[in-house]
Design a protein around this ligand. Sequence first.
Ligand code: C2E
Ligand code: CA
Ligand code: CA
Length: 594
Amino acid sequence: MPRWPDSASAWHRRQRRHPVIATPMVMARAFGLLFSAGGLLVSLAALVPHNQAASLGTLYVVAGVAVVVGTALLLCGDRLRRAAFNPLVSLGVLLLGVGAHTSGGGAPAISILCCNVFVAAVVFFFSRWWVVVHLLSAVASCIGVTWADGDTQRWAGLVVAAIVVIIGYLQHWLMRLADQTDVDTLTGLHNRRGFDRYLRAAVDKARLTGQPLTLALLDLDRFSLVNLTGGHAAGDAVLQTVATVLREVVGPDHAIARFGGDEFALLLGCGEEEAAAVVEQVRAALPQHACSAGVTTWQAGESASLLVGRADAGLYRAKKDGGSRVVVERTRRSPVAVELRAAVETGALDVHYQPVVDLRTGVVVGMEALARWRSSSYPGITPDQFIAIAERDDCIHALGHHVLRKSCSDAAWMQDATGVALRLNVNVSGLELMSSRYLHGVQDVLASTGWPAEQLVLEVTESVLVPDAVHAVNLLKQLRALGVRVAIDDFGTGYSSLSRLDDLPRDFLKLDRAFVSTLQRGEPVPAVLTAIAALSKALTIEVIAEGVEDDYQAETLAELGYPMAQGYYYGRPMPATELVALLGRTTSDVATPV
Ligand code: C2E
Ligand code: CA
Ligand code: CA
């Protein structure tokens, strides 16, 4: 397990001196607007009648400088670092002081000094000490400029200074309160809500300017182990350390958020390759590089939620491939993905059925639905290949829904046609289980096809049920509450954790065909097959042995006590009509292999 350094809470306390919305983008907009408005107001003050002491030339220079600075900030101020905005406040105060001083006193001077209220409007962007410094400089300017102008002017200067301090303090206090709702209190980063708000603004800006925008979602690997072994205090310390690393590597001028749990988000103003390099730097700075990430770039016309969805898909793939890696989810769709999507949308994707047999009786008790795609452009493409493409291209949800709907309706027809009670197994991708709409989709299919939930088995691979996959596990529990059952597919090939089998929502184990293929006539029976048979009895979980190809394997598995099997020996995946014909034969002549 990774060793994490001590908590970085002191660093976080320092960081919390800035509100999370104090990003260069927001600050540049606010400062740009106020500088421009201040410049225009100073030039207005130059138009009112003046006494002899007024220097109109200087006033117009002051107004011009303010408008130029304001416009430049609006156009490209977001490239500045946050620290660069401190001297800008001082520049504003100085310009107002010079403007008021050269306006010749009286009403024009007081009206220009009133613009110091703008300082009060932006102080909440800064840490507490800078608030004090900026407000004091505004007060000094108000009092200093009016000091020489007699009692009336002095009192007016004092009143303006008091107004600036009161509004500045109030603004600072209220904004800090409002800021807390957008902040993750543990790490001091944006929380999901704050980040969503920032992301929407950044997408709007990218739409206008065409500047690149890349989102990276990071998830810690094996974080639940930290919580399990060290308790929640250890987990909190790890999360704070990650936040520290992110701030140090990414810099304070980019949006960083804790998305929830152990998931973090970064929004970077660069392309996907550059962003992936930044994420690799973050990983390199973490103990044992213990995180996975999905990275994707915004494309014209896309919404913020689409961007998050694609980064999520990248993160899921990174996790699925064993974690500890960065996956760039590219936006350009390959020709094969375009054709596959069209096939799914037009219903051209077919489903074949492979019988599942009771090893004791040889009777077909169910079937596994397997997607088939006959593509003229890609004739040799296998289900493994096009499923992976669908997962990458985010059309796995539509594909999975199509297969589920078609197979439930075919199964209802097959059961009616043969009078044989059947169980239907359907493969589900881990990505489908990440969607909050999946449960509703299953309910909808069951209701519209009339297929009973108790006769549906959803097959998920072990990798979907890694300890961190809380959402998938919860969803499977909800499905089981409906009566649907769950099979753990390809058992033995992935994250085999026998100790966890007991806690997982599961009804069946599908023993991968790699194990069955080790059964060879004349060779001793591999001990692992005997052990798994015993395990399934102990855990009261039924095993379906996959890839049975000959009578020796079928007989040996039956002798070992395996209850069910499937494989070419009993039947290859076939269209529904062929399975109906086969069922007709097997019901009259049980145990006849095909
Ligand atoms: P799987 O779920 O492990 O499905 C079993 C695979 O083993 C099928 O390959 C089947 O044709 C093959 N098979 C069955 N019996 C034998 C045998 O005796 N010997 C050998 N050598 N192979 C046998 P297929 O149809 O190519 O599917 C490959 C994978 O694609 C499936 O593996 C499953 O993971 C995925 N898949 C297929 N349809 C769907 C689908 O609708 N949704 C999702 N998410 N995945 C699917
Ligand atoms: Ca399967
Ligand atoms: Ca399998």
